[in-house]
Design a protein around this ligand. Sequence first.
Ligand code: AMP
Length: 352
Amino acid sequence: MLKPGATIGILGGGQLGRMMAIAAAQIGYRCHIYAPEQDSVAAEVSAEFTCAPWYDREALATFAAACDVVTYEFENVPVEPLSAIPADLLAPGTKALEIAQDRVREKRFVEDVGGRPAPFAAVDHDSELADAVERVGAPGILKTRRDGYDGKGQWRLAQAHDAQGIRVPQSGSVYEGMVHFDCEFSVILVRARDGEVRFWDSTHNTHEHGILAHSELPAPAIVGEQVAEARALAQKVAEALGYVGVLTCEFFATADGPVFNEMAPRVHNSGHWTIEGAVTSQFENHVRAIAGLPLGDTASVAERIVMDNLIGETALEVVNHLSDTRAHLHLYGKAEAREGRKMGHITRVGEG
Ligand code: AMP
């Protein structure tokens, strides 16, 4: 168990690291951010900051030597240079990163533990696309194997013919059949060092332009019917990875049961409501898990909880947001508002 006062290293300098560092500070830990960009909103609220490239092994080793545990808030941290960090210092480990960084590996891994992703076919070259569309069927979505997030690196194919002229990215891609779903939900769990697992309530998530816009409790009845199966799968994923910390699995609720969409080996946007809406937030429980502390209660504190993302320019209209005096406003301190950029979020707990 890490004593308060110990230093938690966080790879990645964005808003997830910022909220993690704030939660860590609340229970007496110091955070040290490692990020390649100078303008880190996580570093702003942390004790230490190393600004260095992901492939700078010397800087990574020096950073690790100054930390009592190292975690990540960004799933696309390159895995290869992480060997500069002692493996027993890193939680969750590199296996979760390797799998989550490659959509094809991720889907095969989930199938191996008994889960059901959308029908898919790996497409590594242009010449393989037509065959993949033929086998999986149209409509569907071609997604980059790597580095995709928030709907980026995706091409929707309404019919097989649309595949003509598409250039498959060099790092490969995966073609997925379009899933007909009632709604989307996520399972967020925390797994402690001793293997104890706790789940937060699953919100109904709605996306706009591929980006999460809104998470809401209570979720529709279909989520309640399917959440036990989805949780069992997420737990198997966590166990197979020997996972420590918060893990998120996203699902489509369909007429045939939950279909796995993707996983994030980290705290997740669809869990931001837990800061005010659960007894213990995803950020605090992640810190507790990696520090070897007992986990906190994950129960929701109200039946109705909503979280709205603040995206783009209008996010900074603070007075408008605060006209609802019950709104919990979070702004991430980003200097520049751009279209599609997550600038903050608002949580409302209870009726109203
Ligand atoms: P992703 O980045 O893969 O999570 O995709 C972003 C969003 O696109 C998802 O949250 C869904 O709303 C939608 N989407 C992705 N894949 C599929 C699919 N196979 N079928 C239907 N909708 C999808």
